[in-house]
Design a protein around this ligand. Sequence first.
Ligand SMILES: O=C(O)C(=O)C[C@]1(C(=O)O)C=C[C@@H](O)C=C1
Length: 180
Amino acid sequence: AVAAQAPVKSESAPVANEAFGRLGPLTDLVVERLRVSDDVAASKFGTGSPIDDPAREQQVLDQVRGQATALGLDPEVAAAFFRDQITASKVVQRGLFDRWTAHPDEAPTTRPDLGQIRTRLDQLTTALLGQLQATVDVRADSRSCTVQLTLAAGSAVVLDRLDALHRRALGTAVHSVCTG
Ligand SMILES: O=C(O)C(=O)C[C@]1(C(=O)O)C=C[C@@H](O)C=C1
């Protein structure tokens, strides 16, 4: 009952609850990116701005490939991970648009600035790439990766009280963590 009534608005506060295990820090950043997606949705809802912005996606993926290469990560593996983050963001945004359309009283009453939100997303890109680099070893071993990912995602769901929409988006976002 608590999860179903979780507030839909987010101030993108740092995640206070830390997910468990070796993939906990990576998972915390993934969850934070999902929370920022709430703010993205609030910045667009009712403005006519589309959820999909292919030019911005290209910019994100170009940044990812460049920074990944500099960190010694496979740029295409990193880009695949970020394509999942973008897909997950759109899951959240579409879900919130549907929710706010059906229940206008739940719609946000203030409109955050998309430019500032994208600056935050760019910071999260750098932090997420740092965690991809820090977890190369655990992610390379598919069995321990699966155990660690189940632990981290499961604890994040409970500690961060993710509602059904954000749980679904988290599943999308971590889809390829153990295959990269
Ligand atoms: O920046 C936006 O407009 C977003 O909606 C965020 C985001 C992303 O996850 O980076 C997601 C969907 C858009 O197509 C572009 C980028």
